[in-house]
Each structure stands twice: as C-alpha cells, then as structure tokens.
Design a protein around this ligand. Structure first.
Ligand SMILES: [Zn+2]
Length: 311
C-alpha cells in the first residue's frame, strides 16, 4: 500500500496526456528562434548547442546523437556552418525517421575571402568527414534578411511535411515573421544609407559579410572563421593603422570571444567599442532573458548607426 503510494507520487509530475507537439531540435540560436516563431505552441523546440559554444568547431557529445534521434525534425544551417552535421545525421537517421533539414538551402551565398594565412584562413575550412570538400562559402547566411526568409520557408515546409494538420498555422506564422524581417530590412536600408563612414571594423571572427554586402558597407574582421588563432603582430598593426587612417570613431566586438583584442585596438587608437551580435553566439544570460533574433538585430542597428555615425 505504502509502496504504491510512493510510486504514484513519484509519477505525479509526468504529463497526463502525451505531448502531441512536434519535437524539433535546432543547432544554433537563429534556427532555434525561427522554429519557435513558426511553430508557436505546436512545436517543442530545443537548441542543441549550449549557449556560449563555438558553433564552427563544436565537438559532438555522445548524448547529442541521442537527443537528435529523439526529435521529429533536426534543423541545421548548412554543411558550411555545421560541418559536424554529417555525422549526426548519418547516425540518427539510421535509427529513426527523423527529418534532417538544411535550412540554408537556396540561400544566396557569399564566398569566403581568400586568406592571407592559408593554413588557418577561412578559405581552408574543411568538412570534418569529407576532407576533400573544402568549403568556400561564408556560413553566416541569416545576417542577410532575404536569406533568413528563405530559411523560414524551409523550416515551415519541414513542419508541414511532418505535421500537415497544422499547415495553415505554420504558413500564417511564417508569413507574419517574414513580414517582420522585411520591415527590419527596410529600416536597416534607410538607417544605413547615409553614414559618415561605411566601414565595420570587427575585432571578432569573420561573420558580418552578408550584412555588409546587403547594405553596401565595407567589412574587415580581425579573425577568420573562429577566434581561436590570434592575429599576427603584423595583422594587429594593420588593423590599428586602418582605424587611424579611416578615423573610425568606433570598432565592434563580439562578447563571447576575444573582447581583449578589441580593447587593445581601442586603447591604441582611441576608438570606442560597440557590440555586434552575429546571431549564433548567444550568451546564457540572453537566452534566459528570452532575447529574440529580431531583438539582437535591432540592437545591432542601434550600434551600427552610432558607430558609423549615421543621421
Ligand atoms: Zn560564426
């Protein structure tokens, strides 16, 4: 009798009904947030990478494959962004009928710049289990809001594929969200059209080329695809010279990696520091506070306007 009581007590927190929501697992923050927006209360979305991970060099944990295998849908950006996705898809799709979705399919791609340092440069980015396949494309596609819309369509299509009953809801939410991205794009274009300088000097990794390309800005970063190799002393000198030569009032930093380098350049040049979010590096604090992709991009616009002295 007593034992039965304890057992039923222990199970009291289990949901009484089976959760009928689509189980979606997304690699990084932009996809996670897009999926939440499109899915609303019809999907249960989790993010695979913990906040503050280096998405470009993520090391899969044994439990990750288990987590992905349990999902109905696995969202990743592209094999350029998540080189390790091959591995997870191969293993997980053997076990289940999990749908793997390359959300960046159909996006307009920009090439990576040719690297000065061939060994560590972005142009030598290689696929983990396909060493002959060297990626030439910049993976930060969501920073072009037209590409972000393409990703929204791909995610909505996947949700409809797995859950056709709720297709109208997914289409409605996707349409609403794409309108918000269009409005954001118009605001960016207007705000950044007439600035004193048009240079984004970023003391972080190569991430903002899509944004720069879309609004005709010049972009220079201190690091290549990840902030794990320090720029050489000569590269540091070049960066400092560029800030001085172009009389840049501000330079940009990313807060998860290498803020120290940004502070060094700032103190050498007298430039101020402003934060830019690349979308995929998300802090634990931001995540807990419920930040959205659009909120991050709105903050970016404020700092871009300030940094480039736009009216
Ligand atoms: Zn990145």
């Amino acid at each position: 009798m007593g034992l039965t009581f304890i057992l039923s007590c222990g199970q009291a927190e289990e949901p009484a009904r089976k959760d009928s929501r689509l189980k979606v697992i997304a690699t990084t923050f932009p996809l996670y947030d897009f999926a939440r927006e499109i899915g609303g209360d019809k999907v249960a979305v989790t993010m695979l990478l913990p906040p503050a991970s280096d998405a470009h060099h993520y090391e899969l944990k044994p439990n990750d494959i288990v987590r992905v295998s349990k999902a109905d849908i696995f969202l990743f950006t592209s094999f350029e962004m998540e080189q390790w996705a091959y591995k997870i898809i191969n293993v997980a799709s053997e076990k289940t009928n999990m749908l793997a979705v390359e959300t960046g399919q159909g996006a307009a791609l920009l090439p990576l710049p040719l690297s000065q340092d061939r060994d560590s440069g972005p142009s030598s980015l290689q696929h983990e289990n396909d060493p002959d396949h060297t990626s030439r494309f910049d993976p930060h596609i969501w920073l072009d809001f037209a590409n972000a819309q393409k990703m929204i369509d791909n995610i909505a299509t996947a949700f409809i594929n797995r859950d056709p009953q709720n297709s109208e809801i997914y289409l409605q939410n996707a349409g609403d969200y794409k309108r918000k991205l269009t409005e954001l794009d118009i605001r960016y274009r207007g705000a950044l059209s007439n600035c004193k300088t048009r240079t984004i000097l970023h003391a972080g990794h190569w991430a903002f080329a899509y944004l720069a390309n879309r609004y005709q800005l010049h972009y220079r970063s201190a690091y290549n695809m990840s902030a794990d190799a320090e720029p050489s002393p000569q590269q540091m000198v070049d960066l400092i010279e560029q800030v001085k030569a172009q009389k840049l009032a501000y330079i940009y930093y990313e807060d998860l990696f290498a803020p120290k380098l940004a502070r060094t350049i700032a103190s050498e040049t007298g430039a101020g520091l402003l934060k830019l979010s690349n979308g995929h590096d998300i802090s634990k604090k931001d995540l807990q506070e419920g930040v959205s992709f659009i909120m991050l991009m709105e903050k970016n616009l404020v700092n871009l306007k300030k940094g480039m002295q736009c009216p």
